[in-house]
Design a protein around this ligand. Structure first.
Ligand SMILES: Nc1ncnc2c1ncn2[C@@H]1O[C@H](COP(=O)(O)OP(=O)(O)O)[C@@H](O)[C@H]1O
Ligand SMILES: [Mg+2]
Length: 370
């Protein structure tokens, strides 16, 4: 039984999406998986339509009237795929445990005494978006941590704090865990994503999972439909990404179970590095460099916004002044796009492009086909 916490104190970086869909993909590959929802917001529980009178609180709480054992609250949600639900009541646990000894080890002790431990190949723990006692319990119970980082909003400071906690647990509780960074919500349409990926690589080197998760709206849709991606659309990019990630974990799991030696491990690491490099190269090769330009001699700020950047005005869409003109180079995959310029808050279409189409706001968008 390999226990993996999915943790990052930042909300919205893909913890729950990864927990649910990686668990589903491991199960799909024939592994027996238990997903423990350790977030009081219970997004994984809700996202898998689990309905239960009992949840992990009833197992961990020292004072609950409805005490339960882990094995009795497990819910089956598919072949090889079981879930331990959460609930809002879990938010009171931190307070309840404040005077308990070994309060950091409550989940670890529970799993050590879990009668079905031998049945499962993987236990995944979906953590809440903070570094409180629940996350510490998850780290303490795990041999590995997957830290999802959103490609476009990566911040090294946040992860630094999480790693400090891991080190602290190592020192104080004499428990060592490996961590791996998982790049999530990678948008290959945005050049910014590549810059971030380079930055993440520079900071974490071989501590990055070789597979990355791309932005894929189907993942969001699956969550809203209260199921996982392999049920919702197994041919989607999201399904493929989580399937590949599951294969990566299984390969590593089986290699270490077989007692792989240090040399093999080093070779594999260098292969993973190569794979990441190749991935970046392939993503770049799929892109076309497009130069947008507009004349606006008196403007103070000009942006190019379109469906390729979610119509957002930010650093990645800000144009550069070039005498009277403003220009912006973007790397875009082949496809059809709508776009407009924003010249000091005025939305205008591209005066040099005759291809236009009406938009829902009564104006016109310029059209681009690459
Ligand atoms: N790869 C992805 N592509 C598109 N949307 C995603 C992706 N990963 C997560 N999301 C969406 O982003 C939001 C936050 O993700 P979630 O997994 O709930 O984050 P966390 O658990 O870290 O708070 C959710 O609405 C989810 O559906
Ligand atoms: Mg979550």
């Amino acid at each position: 039984m390999r226990i993996i916490a999915i943790a990052n104190q930042k909300g919205g970086c893909g913890k729950t999406t990864t927990s649910v869909n990686l668990a589903a993909a491991l199960a799909f590959n024939g592994k027996k998986v238990l997903l423990i929802d350790l977030d009081p917001q219970a997004h994984a529980t809700i996202g898998l339509a689990v309905d239960s009178d009992f949840n992990i609180y009833n197992v961990l709480s020292p004072i609950t009237q409805k005490k339960a054992k882990l094995e009795n609250i497990v819910k089956n949600v598919g072949k090889n795929f079981d879930v331990v639900p959460s609930g809002i009541v879990l938010s009171t646990l931190e307070q309840e445990l404040s005077d308990e000894i070994s309060r950091e080890s409550r989940l670890a002790d529970t799993l050590a005494n879990f009668v079905n431990a031998r049945y499962y190949d993987f236990v995944l723990i979906d953590c809440p978006p903070n570094l409180g006692l629940l996350t510490i319990n998850a780290i303490r119970a795990s041999s590995e941590i997957i830290i999802p980082v959103e490609a476009s909003r990566f911040s090294i400071d946040g992860i630094g704090r999480l790693i400090e906690i891991v080190e602290l647990i190592k020192d104080r509780l004499n428990h060592s865990v490996n961590y791996q960074v998982l790049v999530t919500m990678f948008d290959s349409r945005l050049k910014h994503s590549f810059t971030m990926l380079e930055k993440i690589k520079k900071n974490f080197g071989d501590k990055i999972m070789a597979n990355i998760i791309h932005v894929n709206v189907k993942l969001k849709e699956a969550q809203n439909a209260a199921t996982h991606i392999l049920n919702y659309d197994k041919y989607s990019r999201g399904a493929k990404d989580y399937f590949s990630l599951a294969r990566e974990l299984i390969t590593r799991f089986e290699a270490s179970a077989a007692g792989e030696n240090a040399l093999d491990a080093a070779l594999k690491e260098s292969r993973i590095k190569k794979e990441i490099k190749e991935l970046v190269r392939q993503e770049y090769a799929r892109l076309n460099e497009i130069i947008f330009s507009i004349s606006a001699p008196h403007a103070k700020n000009v942006y190019v916004v379109g469906d390729f950047n979610d119509w957002k005005q930010d650093d990645s869409s800000r144009m550069q002044r070039d005498n009277d003109a403003w220009t912006k180079k973007l790397a875009l995959p082949s496809g059809k796009y709508r776009y407009r310029f924003v010249v000091d808050d005025n939305w205008v279409e591209d005066p040099n492009n005759l291809q236009k189409t009406a938009n829902p706001f009564g104006g016109q968008d310029s059209l681009l086909e690459i």
